[in-house]
Design a protein around this ligand. Structure first.
Ligand code: F6P
Length: 361
């Protein structure tokens, strides 16, 4: 018999295809275990402002195919304040919500751990197109976003080929280059530029010139939005547009496109529906086992869980953002495990980038 009578489910941060599939799985699994479910509207702001609806089996019918999130999403600043948190806890108490499953990215997990620390057990489920959560091999939404980018680039390639042009494509991903790396390889890009690997601009320009001299007509260059440079006034600007200008300057007609939010929409792929379903079910199982303050992850194909604080710390370690005292809460074994995860991520990127450099000509 579960100690939970009612849980809340929310989606927070940038939406991702597959969030609906996660909401459906969480709802149906909880209901099948005799636990009631409330859908929190608009992420953490729904907790702060007491905005929620009861979810029944039928409420989540037909959403598995839909992009976006039926619960809507938000990046709620008020939730980060003590007053906001107090309101969120009061809302949970008012509705008899014993626990929360929060679907989103690292910001969402920070919210989930704060809730747990304030007495509402919470579990995080990944939902972000960026695949930028170091703790997990995969985040729900990544596959759909990759396929949307690929579909779009394939179309750009057709017209590039007809007109013997280059097209620089800027893709989302925040500070993470996973989307550009994977789609750059799969679309046969002549160059890929991502934040994690130093970009050899001179070599890329030379490669593009050589490729054209050897008869290549259409060319694609994929650049992460997270790669930036500065203009003549020292203002930070996206590198993608600068690179497009430089390719034009070497005599190759070049167009520029920023895919931006196009990549966040659309019906989720099988991979995202399946992973969202497995992760959603796992989150409810963990709660029923009496566990909380965890994030559901994928590790070498298995759906597992990890302590949220550990997950957030390994993320900061990988991104070079560790703060003073961050590691004090962990023993040597934990720190070794974190370093191993960071190494796994670095190697994945480096090996793929090196491979791309050899075949993307
Ligand atoms: O985290 C998902 C993401 O789409 C990033 O790739 C991007 O940098 C950011 O969100 C955009 O945020 P917003 O939708 O708030 O403009």
């Amino acid at each position: 018999m579960s100690k939970f009578k009612r849980i809340g489910v929310l989606t927070s941060g940038g939406d991702a295809p597959g969030m609906n599939a996660a909401v459906r799985a969480i709802t149906r699994k909880a209901l099948s275990e005799g636990v009631e479910v409330m859908g929190v509207i608009g992420g953490y702001s729904g907790l702060v402002n007491d905005n929620m609806i009861p979810l029944e089996t039928g409420s989540v019918s037909n959403i598995i195919t839909q992009g976006g999130t039926m619960l809507y999403s938000d990046r709620c600043l008020e939730f980060k304040t003590e007053e906001g948190m107090a309101k969120a806890i009061a809302t949970c108490k008012r509705h008899g919500i014993d626990a929360i499953v929060a679907v989103g990215g690292d910001g969402t997990f920070r919210g989930a751990t704060d809730l747990t620390l304030h007495g509402i057990p919470a579990i995080g489920v990944t939902g972000t197109i960026d695949n930028d959560i170091t703790a997990t091999d995969y985040t729900v939404g990544f596959d759909t976003a990759m396929n949307t980018i690929l579909y779009t680039i394939d179309r750009l390639r057709d017209t590039c080929e007809s007109h013997a042009r280059c097209n620089v494509v800027e893709v989302m991903g925040r500070d993470c280059g996973q989307l550009s790396l994977m789609t750059g390889i799969a679309s046969g890009a002549v160059a890929i530029c991502m934040p994690e690997v130093e970009f050899d601009e001179a070599k890329a320009l030379e490669d593009i010139k050589t490729a054209q001299a050897h008869g290549k007509r259409g060319m694609i260059v994929v650049v992460s939005e997270g790669v930036t440079t500065t203009d003549e006034n020292g203002k930070k600007i996206p590198y993608s547009e600068v690179l497009a200008k430089k390719i034009n300057e070497i005599g190759i007609e070049t167009k520029f496109v920023r895919l931006a939010h196009i990549v966040r929409g659309g019906s989720p792929t099988l991979r995202d529906r399946l992973t969202a379903t497995k992760m959603g079910v796992k989150a409810v199982e963990l709660l029923l086992e009496g566990k909380s303050n965890l994030v559901v992850i994928e590790n070498d194909g298995r759906i597992e869980s990890m302590d949220i604080l550990f997950a957030l710390t390994v993320d900061r370690m990988y991104k070079g953002k560790l703060k003073d005292g961050d590691l004090d809460k962990f023993g040597p074994e934990d720190i070794k495990a974190m370093e191993a995860i960071c190494e796994k991520r670095r190697l994945e990127n480096e090996e793929l980038y090196e491979m791309a450099g050899k075949i993307c000509k």
